[in-house]
Write a protein that binds this ligand. Structure first.
Ligand SMILES: Cc1cc2nc3c(=O)[nH]c(=O)nc-3n(C[C@H](O)[C@H](O)[C@H](O)COP(=O)(O)O)c2cc1C
Length: 191
């Protein structure tokens, strides 16, 4: 998509720093999938690493374990219904990309399916293999190897939430399909 520009890896953590609900995309050979995740966060600076909670019972987790990779796509408000649907159905039963008419492009480094239409940004992530952690916890750790964002809302390493980009503003799950949007920026001033 013409508005998407690469994000320097040193700025990748800022894409999830404010806790947006994300879509975790995955693929293994011809199998592909996407689910919603409200729980993700940066955990390391250099190289940039993030943690995402991916329930061991999900189909996503199965594909991530098989491929060692996943994508994080950050939906804007126009994808609120889709985000909720992707978090309420399992890809075990159906190809969600076909079912919901989702367009995806292969990621530049790992080939993960990445959504751009309606999304503000994406990150491609390589799973950090930790057998004990993977067995014991739902939390997955990964290194961010590529990132890009729609320059209308994230540019120069900064989010800019404005009236004219409300459709791309990030969504934040409050529970039961109720979301808040990121809204406007507030610049702190020295006291
Ligand atoms: C808004 C929203 C946020 C969610 N956040 C998470 C999350 O952080 N971690 C998780 O494991 N599941 C989360 N879920 C549930 C998964 O998205 C859900 O289990 C999904 O159906 C798994 O799909 P899959 O089996 O195709 O991988 C969330 C669901 C919704 C609707």
């Amino acid at each position: 998509m013409k508005y998407f520009q690469p994000v320097a890896l040193e700025h990748a953590s800022r894409l999830v720093n404010h806790g947006p609900t994300v879509l975790v995309t995955s693929a293994d050979g011809p199998r592909r999938n996407a689910m919603a995740a409200a729980w993700s966060m940066p955990v390391e600076f250099t190289p940039p690493r993030i943690a995402v909670v991916i329930d061991k019972r999900t189909y996503t987790r199965q594909l991530v374990a098989a491929s060692g990779a996943f994508g994080i796509c950050i939906p804007g408000t126009s994808l609120t219904d889709l985000t909720y649907a992707l978090g309420s159905t399992s890809g075990r039963d159906t190809d969600k990309f076909e079912r919901y008419g989702i367009e995806a492009r292969p990621g530049p480094v790992l080939g993960m399916p990445l959504l751009e239409v309606g999304c503000a940004a994406w990150l491609e992530c390589r799973l950090i293999s930790e057998p004990h952690t993977e067995e014991a916890y739902d939390t997955c750790f990964a290194e961010v190897v590529a990132a890009a964002a729609d320059a209308r809302i994230f540019a120069g390493g900064r989010w800019s939430f404005r009236d004219d980009n409300a459709d791309l503003q990030t969504i934040h799950h409050l529970g039961g399909g109720n979301f808040a949007r990121s809204g406007g920026n507030l610049q702190a001033r020295p006291l």
